[in-house]
Design a protein around this ligand. Structure first.
Ligand code: CP
Length: 308
């Protein structure tokens, strides 16, 4: 049995196989409509979610399986003080696979140590969000055609933004990928990622404070929200929340084939006027999340690809 806790849990071969399967699912959804018949997915969400929880549930339902779970810590026995270890021991008897989101870094890893079913990290604090990364990679591969030779701009909250952290961990494996980090000083990319991931893999990157200055050089612009829930101090959040707002004026500076991704939800960081730009692909990206989660559930459950 295998879990997905961090993007590094997948080798390049496994990643390629998952993306290839997700691509086939997106082109032939009917073929997969019964492949998880009789299987149950538990969604254990101790933190709010729209896309991740619902796309996991849609993924299982699309394959003929069933879903159960909770959508907040308050509606589970965590509110009575139950540990993640005890919860997952119990849920292992109710479901075949589980997706867990938790505000504490490492909680899904702890769950995986006590589980007798595969555990998928659906986001742990400011740490990792590997299925968002699979979604991002499928989006980039499907729309750009390749995952190498890209200059990727990551903009916004790069300190707490787990989607950016996971994306970096995955993309450093591909040749000639460069990063441009656009953030306020207070929300810079963490030192451990710079030293242990970027420098250790000899990946070229730079850090800037002005989005307009770097727009022309980007192949991908990955926008992120300044996350109110990760701040200890409301004053800091208010001061930093509108640091970067992507609008049509800034989009004019970009390449004709640059793609704008965003894990969503957005607040103010992308003006709604940008939605009509064909380079804005964040809603398509959310749809790719269903296909890649279908591929992941199948893979972790050891379900073979159905015949044509
Ligand atoms: N992208 C993402 O994780 O969205 P949700 O918080 O809505 O799941």
């Amino acid at each position: 049995m295998k879990h997905l806790i961090s993007p590094q849990d997948l080798s390049l071969t496994e990643l390629d196989q998952l993306l290839t399967l997700a691509d086939d699912i997106s082109n032939n959804p009917k073929k997969y409509s019964e492949c998880c018949h009789g299987k149950k997915l538990a969604t254990l969400f101790y933190e709010p979610s729209t896309r991740t929880r619902l796309s996991f549930e849609a993924a299982m339902l699309n394959m003929g399986g069933s879903v159960l779970g909770f959508s907040s810590a308050d509606s589970s026995s965590a509110a009575k003080g139950e540990s993640v270890a005890d919860t997952i021991r119990v849920v292992s008897g109710y479901a075949d696979i589980c997706a867990m989101r938790h505000p504490k870094e490492g909680a899904p890893y702890v769950a995986s140590m006590h589980a007798s079913i595969p555990v998928i990290n659906a986001g742990d604090g400011g740490h990792n969000h590997p299925t968002q990364t699979l979604t991002d990679l499928l989006t980039i591969k499907s729309l750009k055609g390749h995952l190498d030779n890209l200059t990727i701009g990551c903009c916004g909250d790069l300190k707490f933004g787990r989607t950016v952290h996971s994306l970096i961990n995955a993309m450093v494996q591909f040749p000639n990928v460069k990063f441009v980090f656009i953030s306020p000083e207070e929300l810079r990319i963490p030192t451990y990622l710079r030293e242990e991931t970027l420098d250790a893999n000899h990946v070229e990157y730079k850090e800037v404070r002005v989005l307009e200055d770097v727009m022309p050089e980007l192949d991908i612009l990955y926008m992120t929200r300044v996350q109110k829930e990760r701040f200890f101090n409301e004053e800091d959040y208010i001061r930093l929340k509108d640091s970067f707002i992507l609008d049509n004026t800034k989009m004019k500076l970009a390449k004709d084939d640059m793609l704008v991704l965003h894990p969503l939800p957005r607040v103010n960081e992308i003006s709604t006027e940008v939605d009509a730009d064909p380079r804005a692909v964040y809603f398509k990206q959310a749809q790719y999340g269903v296909y890649v989660r279908m591929a992941l559930i199948m893979t972790l459950l050891g379900i073979k690809q159905p015949e044509e």
